[in-house]
Design a protein around this ligand. Structure first.
Ligand code: NAD
Ligand code: UFG
Length: 339
């Protein structure tokens, strides 16, 4: 049984679909701070399988202990946390509490229950600004420039220290690049609260008419068309990466090996903001009005992954392309507005 914290969120929900489809049983802990309980029924509809959800907080050790007592948890995939970069500078204490303290509580409960297998959601943000692209896992990390990114960096450090102190742990840190897209069914996807910070939800809301136009933040970056370049990855591919990570942990455990591994989950290809807008318009046959706006504070020119290590060691390879990402994001947005 796999405990999935934050399992009803954007990446968690897609991961649960892949886990259930690959024969894993799951139990979820989510406080619903950034999702709603109906996601459970949507996952059930997609997979035809049911699973237990505990509504509660990763800061609540008593509840976490209860979950471990009531279920035989073999491993944890830890998604729960706050993730808005801009907001993290406004309410940093909430970010450190939820993300860092929440993770510490989870780790204490795991240790007390002798569960030492963990997949953690880290982020490409831990690399900070880097001159050399694509990014390899071995790149020396730079300051992530915002409290959210620092929580990820701190948790990575905590997990590395934990493994050093007891190398019977099996820990995989997955550094996600930019997840977009949605499940092909259109039933689950990303539903941001309020005005979206991220590019794709802003594009879909502009295309549907909720937003007047997209602001393209800067066209004077050192990139092929001057707009920012990122490594966009389909959330279903990203979700499959978690199943492969768990398979690796299971293999290591069978050989009685502990490990701490770090993997980039990205496609290895960088697309600019205008590449995304133009592909979205073309494959969906819909207009996305935009204006060129000033640069957004804290943004970097370019960031994309070297995915070689995940390919070699996990067998991870992205199957979906940018057209799929744009089509599936749009399909989800249209479904949201119809239902
Ligand atoms: P999300 O907000 O959709 O999902 C997080 C889930 O955790 C939500 O369902 C929320 O209700 C829950 N949650 C939050 N705080 C909690 C707490 N204290 N206790 C219990 N549940 C709690 O976010 P997501 O995009 O699915 O991201 C999942 C993880 O991946 C996060 O840790 C995020 O930082 C990381 N990540 C996301 C991205 C991205 O661009 N989406 C990129 C890199 C890393
Ligand atoms: N952008 C716009 N207009 C918008 C929103 C974004 O032009 O309205 C541009 C940005 O300037 C950037 C690109 O689109 O060049 C992508 O921006 P996002 O906000 O979608 O993503 P980021 O790369 O800034 O950050 C995301 C997540 C972080 C995570 C990081 C690396 O928000 O949490 O990817 O994984 F850390």
């Amino acid at each position: 049984m796999i405990l999935v914290t934050g399992g009803l969120g954007y990446i968690g929900s897609h991961t649960i679909v892949e886990l259930l489809n690959n024969g894993y049983d799951v139990v979820v802990l989510d406080n619903l701070s950034n999702t709603s309980i109906d996601v459970k029924d949507k996952i059930k509809k997609i997979t035809g399988k049911d699973f237990k959800v505990y509504i509660g907080d990763i800061l609540d050790k008593e509840l976490e202990n209860k979950i471990f007592k009531e279920n035989k948890i073999d491993a944890v995939i830890h998604f729960a946390g706050l993730k808005a970069v801009g907001e993290s500078s406004v309410i940093p204490l909430e970010y450190y509490k939820n993300n860092v303290e929440g993770t510490l509580h989870l780790l204490e409960v795991m240790k007390a229950n002798n569960c030492k297998s963990l997949v953690f959601s880290s982020s490409a943000t831990v690399y900070g600004a880097q001159d050399i692209q694509p990014l390899k896992e071995s790149a020396p990390l730079q300051d992530p420039t915002n409290p959210y990114g620092r929580t990820k960096r701190m948790i990575e450090d905590i997990l590395k220290d934990l493994y050093k102190s007891d190398n019977s742990w099996n820990i995989i840190l997955l550094r996600y690049f930019n997840p977009i897209g949605a499940h092909q069914s259109g039933l689950i996807g990303e539903k941001p609260n309020g005005i979206p910070n991220n590019l794709m939800p802003y594009i879909t809301q502009t295309a549907i008419g909720v937003r007047d136009h997209l602001n393209v933040f800067g066209n004077d970056y050192k990139t092929h068309d001057g707009t920012g370049v990122r490594d966009y990855i389909h959330v279903v591919d990203l979700a499959r990466g978690h199943v492969l990570a768990l398979n690796k942990i299971n293999k290591d455990k069978k050989e009685s090996k502990g490990n701490l591994d770090i993997y980039n989950l990205g496609t290895g290809v960088g697309y600019s903001v205008l590449d995304i807008v133009n592909t979205f318009k073309k494959v969906n046959n819909i207009d996305v009005p935009y204006v060129i706006a000033p640069r957004r504070a804290g943004d970097i020119d370019c960031c994309y992954a070297d995915p070689t290590k995940a390919y070699k060691e996990l067998g991870f390879k992205c199957e979906k392309n940018l057209s799929d990402m744009c089509k599936d994001s749009w399909n989800f947005q249209k479904n949201l507005n119809e239902n």
